[in-house]
Structures are given as C-alpha cells and as structure tokens.
Design a binder for this molecule. Structure first.
Ligand code: C2E
Ligand code: MG
Ligand code: MG
Ligand code: MG
Length: 274
C-alpha cells in the first residue's frame, strides 16, 4: 500500500542519514589520529609573476592520505576539522611545515620567496593562541614576517569578531601579509580596505574561467584589478587554466597568476626543482 511504501521510504532515508552521520563521526575520529601518524602532506601551488614568469610565491594546500579511504579532498575534511576544533592543531602544524619550507627556499637562492597559507575563521577564535606562537617561531628561524601571507575569505572577515580582528591586525602590524581569497564570491565590504591594510586580492577562479567567453566577467576582472591597483594592492588570479585566460589577465594588468596552466599543486621536492 501507499502507506507502507511511505514508511519504507522513510526508514530508507533514516538509514541513509544515520550512515552519513556515522561516516562523519568516524572521519572526525580519524582526523584526531592523522596528525600524530603523519597522514597529512603539504602541497604547494606556484604563484607566477605574469610580467616575467618567475615563481615568487606558492600557496600551501593541505592533503590528507587516509589509511583506508586514500586521498581525501580538503573541501571534505576542512569543514569537519573546523567543526571539531582539530583545525587549530592542524593549522599550527601547517604553519610550522610551511615556514620551514620557505626558510629552505629563501636560503637557496630565492631570498624574497613568500608562502601563502589558508586560514579558517575558527583559527581566529579566542582559545587559539597561534598569533602568540607564530612571531617567535619566525624569529627563531631568523625569518622576516614578510615571508608569510595569510589567505582569508570574505566570509571570514564578516564572521570575525573583535578578538579575531585584533589578532589579524596584530599579525599585520608585525609584517605578515594578508590576501583576500576567492574575492568576488562573498560579502566584501569596501570598509575592509580601510580596516585591514590588505596586500593582495585573489580573484576567484569562477571569474577567471568565464573571462574569455563572458564579457561581464572580463569586465569584472578588469575592474577588480583597477580598484586594487588604485588602492596599492596586488592582484592574484586563481584557477588560470588556459593561455587565453593568461593573455587576457596579463593585458588587464593582473600581477600574478595561479592555476593548472602554470602548475598543479606539487610536493615540496618538485617545487624546489621548479
Ligand atoms: P582555495 O584556497 O581557494 O584553494 C584553491 C583551490 O583551487 C585548491 O583546491 C586548488 O587545488 C584548486 N586549483 C588550483 N588551480 C586550479 C585550476 O587551474 N583549476 C581548478 N579548477 N582548480 C584549481 P584544494 O587544494 O582542493 O583546496 C580547496 C580549499 O580547501 C582551498 O580553497 C582552501 O579554502 C581549503 N584549504 C586547503 N588547505 C587548507 C589549509 O591548510 N587550511 C585551511 N583552513 N583551509 C585549507
Ligand atoms: Mg586559498
Ligand atoms: Mg581561492
Ligand atoms: Mg576556494
């Protein structure tokens, strides 16, 4: 009967929901072990200066090799790490690894190299003490704060309370640079330009990828670049995949590009060789 069919469908959905939630809590448990058993790896995606093709910076992208499930995308596990608070420990590990890499690159012929790190909102919350550890750590390695760029999304700026804001401003005062990630997709307020002394805008890949076929998106890219330059900021285009996109962005005066056209995210070894 229809009633029975309805009930069956209902129990099917409950079972599916239960399974999904079990999978989530299992993954959160696995995340707790992942750091101590060295399941995380950092990949680095070169950021290219469009004017001369030089690799001057790299974005750090976290990779998780799960013992049973293989590689899991950060899009899947970062939200779980945020929700469970584990992101704070992971974030500190990412920072230390990445800083050691930039130390190596600066010591081996690239004295101006910068490394760009992604940050989640929760990493700016009250019980995260990273800002007290970061600057001494850089000092210990004899690195200037300028070797580091922090990437934050527009959403993060919006959600960041007073404590988070003051932490970010303290890092900026110390010389660490700030990039707005996925620019154009969120809720950026022009007042942030005054509040946070931002160094870079990263144009979201959706605009970059449509720029060739869609006049509006190309005009948007150009407008972002013009606005940024008038305010003294540099622009990084994300997700550059084709030579046409590269040419358009160069012609529009974009400063840096990042994407599969130049290089996928690669291991530290490969980055060093590049
Ligand atoms: P994101 O910061 O916007 O990073 C750019 C994403 O675009 C990366 O995905 C990168 O692999 C991908 N990408 C690069 N070039 C191209 C291209 O030409 N075409 C296309 N279609 N994609 C390209 P990934 O590595 O999967 O990272 C996803 C997101 O996870 C990142 O977005 C970032 O928000 C977050 N994430 C990664 N590592 C960390 C981390 O260490 N900490 C935190 N809090 N978040 C992280
Ligand atoms: Mg990023
Ligand atoms: Mg991005
Ligand atoms: Mg993104």
């Amino acid at each position: 009967t229809a009633k029975n069919a309805g009930r069956n469908r209902f129990s099917y959905f409950t079972a599916a929901l239960q399974k999904a939630s079990q999978k989530r809590s299992q993954l959160i448990n696995d995340l707790r072990d992942a750091l101590s058993t060295k399941q995380f790896v950092l990949h680095y995606q070169p950021i290219i200066k469009l004017a001369n093709g030089a690799i001057q910076k790299a974005e750090v992208l976290l990779r998780w090799c799960h013992p049973k499930r293989g590689w899991i995308s950060p899009a899947e596990f970062i939200p779980l790490a945020e929700e469970s608070g584990i992101i704070i420990e992971i974030g500190n590990w990412v920072f230390r690894e990445a800083v050691q890499e930039v130390k190596f690159l600066r010591a081996t012929g690239h004295p101006e190299f910068q490394i760009s790190i992604n940050k989640s909102p929760i990493q700016f919350c009250s019980h995260s003490l990273f800002f007290q550890e970061w600057l001494p750590y850089l000092k210990q390695l004899d690195l200037p704060a300028e070797c580091l760029i922090i990437e934050i999304t527009e959403k993060l700026l919006l959600e960041m309370g007073e404590i988070g804001t003051s932490k970010l401003l303290a890092l900026r005062d110390a010389g660490i640079q700030i990039a707005i990630d996925d620019f154009g997709t969120g809720y950026f307020s022009l007042s942030y330009f005054k509040k946070f002394d931002i160094n870079f805008l990263k144009i979201d890949q959706s605009f970059v990828q449509n720029s060739v076929d869609c006049l509006n998106d190309m005009v948007l890219c150009e407008a972002i670049i013009t606005l940024a330059h008038k305010l003294g900021l540099k622009v990084i285009a994300e997700g550059v995949e084709t030579i046409e996109q590269h040419k358009l962005l160069s012609a529009a005066g974009c400063d840096y590009g990042q994407g599969h056209f130049f290089s996928q995210p690669v291991t530290a070894d490969i980055l060093r060789r590049m």
